[in-house]
Write a protein that binds this ligand. Sequence first.
Ligand code: PAF
Length: 280
Amino acid sequence: MQTHDSLSAMVQLAAETRAAGKTIGFVPTMGALHEGHLDLVRLAAKKADVVVVSIFVNPTQFGPNEDFDRYPRDLEGDLAKCETAGAHHIFLPGRGLIYPHDYSTYVTEESVAKPLEGESRPQFFRGVATVVLKLFNIIQPHFAVFGQKDAQQLAVIRKMVADLHVPVEIVAAPTARDPDGLAMSSRNAYLTSSQREAALVISRTLRQIESMVAKGERRAERLVAEATHILADERRLRVIYVSIVDPATMQKQITVEPGNSLMAIAAWVDQTRLIDNILF
Ligand code: PAF
């Protein structure tokens, strides 16, 4: 496995790999890698000849009062994990490469990005779409893998790629969960054991709603009310949103359409913001 921090190294890698008729699979990350990220790398390694992982804590997707400075960083651990999971190249751009001092171009998706996360984190998807498009242009992958855990991010990237004719296939990987059900996230590192216990109500709620849907309940209002009721039992949790939406457009649905509906939840557990979702 090789690490690279220059644009020229990555452009050369893309040119040589493509000239040799080989495929490039790409996994963009912000580091602090957990098994969920490694699932993405393993999936990429199954499909591609060459797997590139980027590690870059992208400042433009954090709001002024968010956790950019304290976002967990563990480069040495990340590199060891990437190698075990089957990555061949790690791209570690410096901030100055991605955002030089005179940087002024941003990508704004104006529909899918608006509700849910977009309401409480207005800068978030602009930062994500911008850095992902830049990384696609640098790495020139045939496909890129994103986790279903960040369902709205996945939908925004799919929309950006379609709208801007970006020749990269977007592959979704299922949400990785710890044995207790908590969706894996780098931000779980912030949780104390009692906060973690409180956070479990989120995945418990999603499972309960999934079983109501399996038994035939289709009314979104009824399902959201039940989810809100279960979440309210946990006093350390402050719900940001609970919604049933179309997974491609993120528009609210009145009726669950099996195979095309998603319940998304965001909540604070004390100072930690968590998201999770389930596809019906
Ligand atoms: O999901 C993430 O880790 C980030 O949003 C991404 C896609 C690497 C862009 O910074």
